[in-house]
Write a new protein. Structure first.
Length: 510
C-alpha cells in the first residue's frame, strides 16, 4: 500500500501568503556527514531560481530545508524565517509548508513501483493533502480547480485516464498539476526535466509558465545547460554543502548563457580517448555468434501493444541507440532485452547465454525502472553495488571477500566511499544513479543496456561514465543505449532503432 503518512492535514489560515523565505547560516548534519554548511539564502515572491551543483552538493537537502522537511542542525547561529504577506514572520515551517510544493522524479517512480491504479484526477487531488492516496472525495470547488490545473499543463480531457497509461512526459505534467493545484507560493522542482524528450521538456516548461502566477516563486535544479528555462532571475551554485555564489540576473550584469555550469568537468588525459580507439576488430565480431536474436517479437504491457512485431539481431560489437519520444517503448524494449519482459506468444528471443542467471551476469543494466525499484528500499550503497554480482534487488547471502574488494574499488572510482552505509531512500536522485552505475561496473560485462544512464549525473560524472564505457567497448563489450540527449551518444554508436508506440521499430544509421 502506498505510504499515507504525509497525508496529515496542515491547517493554514485562509488568505495567508508567503512573501519571502530567509535562511541564514543553516547547517544540516545527516549522521556523520554535513549535507549543508552555513547556507544563507533569501527567496522572494515572483523570483525564479536555478540551483546548480555536482552530485552530493546538497541541492535536494537545501530544498527540503526550505520546505521544512528537514531541520537545521543546532549550531547557535542558524535562522529560518517565513515572512507572510501580511507582515507576520514565522519561525516554524508548519503553516508555511502548506504554501510550498515539492516535485521530483522520485514521486513519479513511486506510482510505477506500487503499480498505482489511480486516475489522473485522483493523482492531482492528492496534491491538496500532499498524500499518496486521495483521503476524501473532491469537492465541487476542488473538481473545478483540478480541471483548471490540467488545462494549464495541457492535459485537459485526461482526468479519467489512468495515470500509468500516460507517457513519461505526460505523467510529469500531471504531477506538475498536482503541485500547483493548491496554488502554492513556492515550487521546488528537483531535477524535474530528467527523462523528458525535447518536446516533453518544452511542454513541461510551457506548463510551468502557464500554471504559475506572477508572484509564484520557483527553484529548479539541473545538471544540463540545455535545460535552463527562460525567465530566470537568479542562479546559485552549491558545492560541498555550501553556497559558492548567487547571481542576480535582473541586475543586467550577467548573461545566463555565459555563466559557468556547476562544474566544467575536466577529465584526466589518461581517461580521454578518441571514439575510434574504443572499437574492436570488425572481422572478428562478424565471425562470432550474435549476442541476441529476436524473431517475430512483439511486447505488450498492461494489455497494450508497446513494441510491434519485428526481427532483429544484436551482433557483438555493433552498438545501438534507441530513439523515440516519451512513451515510444524504449524502456520496454530494454526490459525485454534484459529479460524482465518476454515477447508475446508466437515471438522468440534467442540469447547467446540462454539461462537467465548467466545472461544477466554478463549484462550491465542502468535504467529508471531499476532505480525506482531501489529508491524506497533500506539497502545501503554497499549492498546496492555488490548486488550487481547477482542481478538482484538487495542481497540473499553475505558477499565473498573478492566481491567486497570489487565493491570497494567501485565506491572509490565513483566517489561513493563516504556514502557507503547510507540507505537508498536517504540518497539524492543523482547519488542513487551513481550507485547503480557502480553496481553495473562491479564486474566485467559483455553487453551494456543503458536507459537514460546520464540522467541525474553532473558533468564530471557523465564524463567519467563515458570514459569507463569507452574502456569496456575497447575490450569487446557491446552497448545499447536509450537517451533523449544526442550529446550523450558515443561516436562508435552508429546504428539506430527508431521506436514508435505500437509499431515495429525502424532500423537506420546514425
Amino acid at each position: 500500500m502506498l505510504d499515507m503518512a504525509r497525508g496529515v492535514s496542515r491547517a493554514v489560515p485562509a488568505g495567508r501568503k508567503l512573501e519571502r523565505i530567509e535562511v541564514g547560516n543553516a547547517s544540516v548534519r545527516l549522521g556523520r556527514h554535513w549535507a549543508l554548511r552555513d547556507v544563507s539564502l533569501d527567496i522572494r515572491a515572483g523570483e525564479h531560481w536555478l540551483l546548480l551543483g555536482p552530485n552530493g552538493a546538497g541541492k535536494t537537502v537545501l530544498l527540503k530545508l526550505l520546505r521544512g522537511d528537514v531541520w537545521p542542525t543546532p549550531t547557535g547561529r542558524e535562522t529560518r524565517r517565513y515572512h507572510l504577506r501580511d507582515g507576520e514572520v514565522l519561525e516554524q515551517p508548519l503553516f508555511a509548508a502548506d504554501r510550498i510544493a515539492y516535485l521530483g522524479p522520485e514521486r513519479q517512480d513511486r506510482y510505477v513501483r506500487y503499480e498505482s491504479t489511480l486516475d489522473v484526477a485522483q493523482v492531482v487531488l492528492t496534491g491538496y493533502e500532499d498524500s499518496d492516496l486521495p483521503l476524501q472525495s473532491a469537492t465541487r470547488t476542488q473538481q473545478r480547480r483540478i480541471r483548471q490545473a490540467l488545462q494549464q499543463v495541457g492535459l485537459a480531457g485526461y482526468a479519467s485516464r489512468t495515470f500509468l497509461s500516460l507517457s513519461y512526459g505526460q505523467r510529469r505534467r500531471v504531477l506538475l498539476a498536482r503541485a500547483v493545484v493548491r496554488e502554492p507560493d513556492l515550487l521546488l522542482l528537483d531535477e524535474v526535466l530528467n527523462g523528458l524528450d525535447v518536446k516533453g521538456r518544452a511542454a513541461f516548461l510551457r506548463a510551468l509558465r502557464l500554471a504559475s502566477s506572477p508572484r509564484t516563486a520557483w527553484i529548479l535544479t539541473s545538471h544540463r545547460r540545455g535545460d535552463w528555462p527562460v525567465g530566470l532571475t537568479h542562479i546559485a551554485h552549491i558545492a560541498r554543502g555550501g553556497i559558492e555564489s548567487v547571481t542576480d540576473l535582473r541586475a543586467g550584469a550577467a548573461d545566463p548563457s555565459a555563466l559557468r555550469l556547476e562544474a566544467r568537468a575536466t577529465i584526466a588525459p589518461a581517461l580521454k580517448r578518441k571514439a575510434q580507439d574504443a572499437g574492436v576488430d570488425a572481422s572478428r565480431i562478424r565471425s562470432a555468434r550474435p549476442l541476441l536474436q529476436l524473431h517475430r517479437a512483439a511486447v505488450y504491457r498492461e494489455e497494450r501493444l508497446v513494441v510491434g512485431m519485428f526481427d532483429w539481431t544484436l551482433e557483438r560489437g555493433q552498438h545501438w541507440c534507441l530513439r523515440g519520444a516519451n512513451g515510444a517503448g524504449k524502456s520496454t524494449f530494454v526490459a525485454m532485452l534484459y529479460g524482465d519482459l518476454w515477447p508475446a506468444h508466437g515471438g522468440k528471443r534467442e540469447r547467446l547465454w540462454p539461462a537467465a542467471d548467466d545472461w544477466k551476469a554478463r549484462v550491465g543494466l542502468v535504467s529508471p525502472e531499476l532505480q525506482a525499484r531501489y529508491a524506497a528500499t533500506g539497502c545501503t550503497v554497499e549492498q546496492i553495488v555488490v548486488s550487481g554480482f547477482h542481478a538482484s534487488i538487495g542481497l540473499n547471502e553475505w558477499p565473498t571477500a573478492a566481491e567486497l574488494r570489487c565493491m570497494r574499488r567501485e565506491l572509490r572510482a565513483w566517489g561513493l566511499t563516504d556514502l557507503a552505509t547510507r540507505q537508498a531512500r536517504e540518497l539524492s536522485y543523482g547519488q542513487l544513479r551513481l550507485a547503480l552505475v557502480a553496481r553495473a561496473f562491479v564486474r566485467p560485462r559483455r553487453l551494456w543496456l543503458l536507459d537514460e544512464p546520464f540522467d541525474g549525473l553532473d558533468a564530471e560524472a557523465r564524463q567519467r561514465l563515458r570514459a569507463r564505457l569507452d574502456g569496456a567497448v575497447s575490450r569487446g563489450a557491446t552497448v545499447v543505449m536509450a537517451t533523449h540527449h544526442e550529446e550523450d551518444v558515443p561516436a562508435y554508436v552508429t546504428r539506430v532503432l527508431q521506436l514508435r508506440r505500437g509499431r515495429a521499430p525502424v532500423i537506420t544509421n546514425r
